[in-house]
Ligand binder design. Structure first.
Ligand code: FAD
Length: 384
C-alpha cells in the first residue's frame, strides 16, 4: 500500500507522550505511531515517590489510559509491544518478525533500574520502582507490611524514604557511600537532609551493601557486608538507572553512557533521534524532566520541518524530601571550584564557585530553598 510511513516513537513515558503532543501542535497530519512495552498509561513518573504520603494507588496515579491518549494525539498506540530490533539501513524497526517502517524514528525508551546481585532465597522480595507497573506491584506487596529496607541513598532512595515514613512505614536505608546523595551534594546539606529523615524515624546504614536476603518465616532477614542483620518485610531497590542502549548499539548507533545525540537530538543514524533518559545529549545524560522537556520542544519542531537545536538553561532539581526541602543545581562534571556553606541547622546555603567567583552550582536546604530563583539567574546554562 502507498500509505505514508509514520513518525514512530518508541516509548510512552514523559518523553514519548510529551513529544507526540508537541509534534501535533505543529503537524496534525503526518501519521504517528507510538509503541510501548508497557500498558501505555500516561502518568507523571515523579509522582511515584509521593504516592504513599498522598495514599495514591498505581491506578490513582495513572492519568489517562492508552485509548483516549490515541484519540487526543490522533495517533496509533501499540501497547504491550516490545521493539526487538532497530534497522536504520532500511528505515524500519522490528517487533519480533514484524517490520514497521518509519519516516522518522524517535527512541524514547528510557533507562532501566540497575539490579544488584543479592544472595539468599528472597530475591523476589526486592522491588525496583521505575515505572507505574513496578509501583503497582510494590504497593500491593507493601500492603499490610511495616518495615521496609531501601537499597540506595541517592535522590530516589531518599524520596522514597520520606514518602514511606509519611505513609506509616518503618524505614532503613543501606548504601555503600559515606553520605546520602553523594553525586549531587556536598556533605553539609546531605547531613541536613539525613537528619530530617532520621527525625521521622529513618535509620541509615552508610558504608555496607546488602549481601544476603533470607526468608525466616514471615520475616526477611537482610545481612549486610559489615555483618549487621536487619529484619524487614520487603526491600525497595533504588540503586540507580542505566540508559537502555543495547538495541541501539546492536544496530550500529553510536552509544556511550546513553545513546549519543547532537543538539538536534539526531543519533548517528539518519532519520533516528533519541530523547529522555536513554539519550546522551552532547555528552550529557540527565535523568530529569526539565532537560527532557527542552528536548521535546526542540524535537517537536524539528520533526515538523523546522530544525531546532536543544538548549538547556540552568537545571535545578527539587528533591521531594519535604521533611527537609532540598533544591540542588549540581556543578557540571569536572567544574573547577569549591563549595562554601553558610546557614544554621537545616537551613543551609551551599554555593559552588569558580576561583574567579562565578556561581557554578548550589544546594539549598530548609528555608534557604527560597533563594533558588535569585540564584538561578546567576547560573550559567547547562547547554548554551
Ligand atoms: P520512561 O518513563 O522510562 O519511559 C520509557 C518508555 O519506553 C516506557 O513506555 C517503556 O514501556 C518503553 N520501552 C522501553 N523499552 C522498550 C522497547 N524495547 N520497546 C517498546 N517500548 C519500550 N525527575 C525530575 O525532574 N523531578 C523529579 O521529581 C523526579 N522524580 C522521580 C521519582 C522517581 C521515583 C523516578 C523513578 C524518577 C523521577 N524523576 C524525576 C526522573 C524522571 O521521572 C525521568 O527522567 C523521566 O520520567 C524519564 O522519562 P522517559 O520517557 O525518558 O522514560
Amino acid at each position: 500500500n502507498n500509505k505514508k510511513p509514520p513518525v514512530v516513537i518508541i516509548g510512552t513515558g514523559l518523553a514519548g507522550y510529551n513529544l507526540a503532543r508537541e509534534f501535533r501542535k505543529h503537524d496534525s497530519e503526518t501519521p504517528l505511531l507510538l509503541i510501548t512495552s508497557d500498558d501505555g498509561r500516561s502518568y507523571s513518573k515523579p509522582m511515584l515517590s509521593t504516592g504513599f504520603a498522598m495514599n495514591k494507588s498505581a491506578d490513582a496515579l495513572g492519568m489517562t489510559v492508552a485509548g483516549p491518549m490515541a484519540i487526543q494525539l490522533n495517533a496509533e498506540i501499540r501497547t504491550h509491544t516490545q521493539v526487538t530490533r532497530l534497522d536504520p539501513a532500511h528505515r524500519r524497526v522490528w517487533i519480533g518478525n514484524e517490520p514497521v517502517p518509519y519516516r522518522d524514528l524517535v527512541i524514547a525508551w528510557g533507562a532501566q533500574t540497575i539490579r544488584v546481585p543479592v544472595a539468599g532465597d528472597a530475591q523476589d522480595a526486592v522491588f525496583p520502582v521505575n515505572d507505574l507497573l513496578d509501583y503497582g506491584r510494590f504497593r500491593e506487596a507493601a500492603h499490610g507490611k511495616r518495615r521496609i529496607l531501601i537499597l540506595g541513598a541517592g535522590l530516589i532512595g531518599c524520596e522514597f524514604a520520606n514518602d514511606l515514613l509519611h505513609g506509616g512505614y518503618e524505614v532503613e536505608l543501606v548504601a555503600p557511600c559515606e553520605q546520602i546523595m553523594p553525586s549531587l551534594l556536598p556533605p553539609e546539606p546531605a547531613a541536613a537532609v539525613q537528619r530530617g529523615l532520621e527525625s521521622l524515624g529513618a535509620r541509615f546504614h552508610l558504608g555496607p551493601v546488602l549481601e544476603r536476603l533470607e526468608r525466616q518465616g514471615d520475616v526477611l532477614q537482610a545481612r549486610l557486608s559489615n555483618g549487621q542483620r536487619i529484619d524487614c518485610d520487603l526491600v525497595v531497590s533504588a540503586v540507580g538507572l542505566r540508559p537502555r542502549i543495547e538495541l541501539a548499539a546492536a544496530a550500529g548507533l553510536a552509544v556511550n553512557r546513553g545513546i549519543e545525540v547532537d543538539r538536534m537530538l539526531r543519533t548517528s543514524a539518519e532519520h533516528v533521534y533519541a530523547l529522555g533518559d536513554c539519550a546522551e545529549v552532547d555528552g550529557l545524560n540527565l535523568f530529569y524532566v526539565m532537560p527532557l522537556m527542552s528536548g521535546v520542544r526542540a524535537l517537536g519542531k524539528t520533526l515538523a520541518g523546522q530544525p531546532t537545536p536543544v538548549t538547556y538553561g540552568p537545571m535545578p532539581i527539587t528533591v521531594k524530601t519535604p521533611i527537609c526541602p532540598l533544591v540542588v543545581s549540581p556543578p557540571a562534571a569536572e567544574s573547577e571550584g569549591s563549595w562554601s556553606v553558610e546557614g544554621q541547622g537545616s537551613d543551609l546555603r551551599a554555593l559552588f564557585r569558580s576561583s574567579d567567583g562565578t556561581l557554578l552550582g548550589y544546594a539549598l536546604t530548609g528555608a534557604a530553598v527560597q533563594e533558588r530563583l535569585a540564584l538561578n539567574k546567576q547560573l550559567p546554562p547547562v547547554l548554551a
